[in-house]
Design a protein around this ligand. Structure first.
Ligand SMILES: [Zn+2]
Length: 195
């Protein structure tokens, strides 16, 4: 069994999504603070099947393959990706700010036309030169080759269908405040529910 080797400090800086008792995302914290919540019994760690564990149980548990671990005197402890608070913390209601970075996050860091993940830029679905504005519905992540090919045309005119209709994300500001580049797959169900 192998685990990615990171320096202890880096491991403790990795992001952890904190859920309230109602399984709603309330914030992103560091693994360091996450362990403190877990150890203080103010939260439980969720495993890959979303089963909650208290600290004793979590520490005694064999880390899942490929997950980050912290070496301790009692053995390697897996860094939790998700914590479930024992309390009902308020869900931040501020909507996600429209920015290049958040458009990339919404579109999964991939071109909406071809799915490429390299050399990304922002495309106006209805080109700016034709009155297309900056909105969640008109901005998409796009690779430069597709951006060039599409030019001053609409997706219909260019025969470049959008992979999915661009909409305002339903996540709250949680992702943005956490300063993470991309939500972890394990977080997705909770971020979507939070809006
Ligand atoms: Zn593309």
């Amino acid at each position: 069994m192998t685990h990615p080797l990171l320096r202890r400090k880096d491991v403790l800086d990795t992001p952890v999504l904190v859920l309230n008792r109602g399984y709603q995302a309330v914030r992103i914290t560091s693994a360091r603070d996450g362990f403190s919540l877990l150890y203080g019994d103010r939260a439980q760690a969720l495993d890959g099947s979303y089963e909650p564990h208290d600290f004793e149980h979590w520490a005694a548990r064999e880390p899942d393959d490929g997950e980050l671990v912290v070496p301790t005197l009692r053995g390697a402890i897996e860094v939790p990706r998700l914590l479930l608070l024992r309390s009902y913390d308020r869900v931040p209601r501020t909507p996600l700010r429209l920015s290049r970075r958040n458009v990339f996050v919404r579109d999964g860091h991939a071109c909406v036309y071809c799915g490429d993940t390299a050399d990304l830029t922002i495309d106006h679905v209805l080109p700016r030169s034709r009155g297309g504005g900056s909105s969640w519905e008109n901005l998409v992540s796009c690779c430069r080759p597709c951006n060039l090919e599409k030019g001053q045309r609409t997706p219909e005119e260019a025969d470049m269908p959008l992979g999915k209709k661009p909409v305002r994300p339903t996540w709250t500001v949680v992702v943005q405040l956490g300063g993470v580049d991309e939500p972890l797959p394990a977080w997705e169900p909770f971020l979507r529910a939070a809006g």
